[in-house]
Design a protein around this ligand. Sequence first.
Ligand code: EPZ
Length: 433
Amino acid sequence: MLNTERLLCERVLFVEQLRIRGGVPLSGEIAVHGAKNSSLPLLAATILGKSQSVLHNCPRLSDVDAAIRILSYLGCAVERSGDTVCVDTSQLTHFDVPEDLMREMRSSIVFLGAIAARLGKTRISFPGGCELGPRPIDLHLSSLRALGLSIREDHGFLDCEVNGRLKGATISLAFPSVGATENILLAAATAEGTTQILNAAQEPEIIDLAEFLNACGAKISGAGKSTVVIEGVEELHGAEHTVIPDRIVAATYLCCAAATGGEILVRRVRPDDIAGILPVLEQTGCRIYTGEQSVYLKAPGQLKPVKSVRTMPYPGFPTDAQAPVMSLTALADGTSVFVENIFENRYKHVAELARMGADIKVEGKVAVVSGVRTLYGAGVDATDLRGGAALIVAGLAAEGETVVSRIHHIDRGYEQIETSLRSLGAQVERRPG
Ligand code: EPZ
């Protein structure tokens, strides 16, 4: 059976749902798992080190499993024990990544820079679009070409090659793309000479990746700022690293407590990483106190609207928090306005929220949310990872029962979400679809 057929069968056989009985105020404390959007580039980065790397706090998510499948295909010896993943890349046997593995998740493009830098060639397929609309990779390709990688596009595949080492260059990004910044860091770390990234992404995951690469022997400075300098070194060794907490998962749990009139202590989170989100939650009337590695939230009796939420590159309000926060404002006593500036199709959860009684009008990048007194449980479909999270937030607050289908989207980024929510008093169970 072809890989794609196997994947399809698995998908059909294991379609699961979450059944949520709403109206229960959440309360208690919860620890946040490691960041999906840090784990994926970190796993790709292990390819650069010619010995074993160990990643702690690596979340058990389907996207992480997909990245591990790519590493295994390439010939890495990968072992997971709990949230620790050990990767030995001393015996790489392949330089290509088969289409079905590339298409399992869009962010597999981040393997391109690492494989090309380590092996001097690779053949991968376009990672394909995703639920958020077309996901172009032009910034990735132009940046890697600037470093000397020749890339031939051939019927949906990318044949890439470089004679000898990649060469350092100054690269100015038209948009501070997270993935393109990561691909440049991975490719430039062992390039000949110095690379400068201008208008680099500044997300915490970029800093996490640079810290791991420097532990492997790289010489990267300025990560987290808009100009990053990488002095190429001959080769890298493996290293041990702990993945940062997932800031979007932390934000999602805060939204769950806020939407249900509850209170929550979120632990193992770095408040600075969600500094763009906390003021928005305070505008809804939530009381928030931050500790060094924790955030406490107490919900108001009645949520207030948020004048405007504009998604921006870090440190602005993150696009990944737009959908969960929108569910919150659907219950506010007034109108909130969202402007989605990062992705062109990131309102697919709106139609599903409308089935629960939400009053939301979308016009291009703008969504106008007119708060309602009550949301009602309904059968809804997760359309993408964070859109699915938004339906869970709404279902926890709604009157009656909500059944969320297609939850494989949610399992990409939330580790056993039903177990975590039940620990906060939620009435939620996973069941076959
Ligand atoms: C990363 O995606 C995250 N994924 C996304 O999280 C996150 O929403 C996004 O950054 C923005 O913060 C991972 O880290 C695995 P971008 P990425 O390149 O790297 C356009 C989630 O829910 N663009 O910063 O793909 C692109 O179309 C996911 O966890 C180009 O035009 O984001 C988008 O409109 C969703 N050309 C914008 O830039 C390119 O070559 C931002 O993309 C690359 C991107």
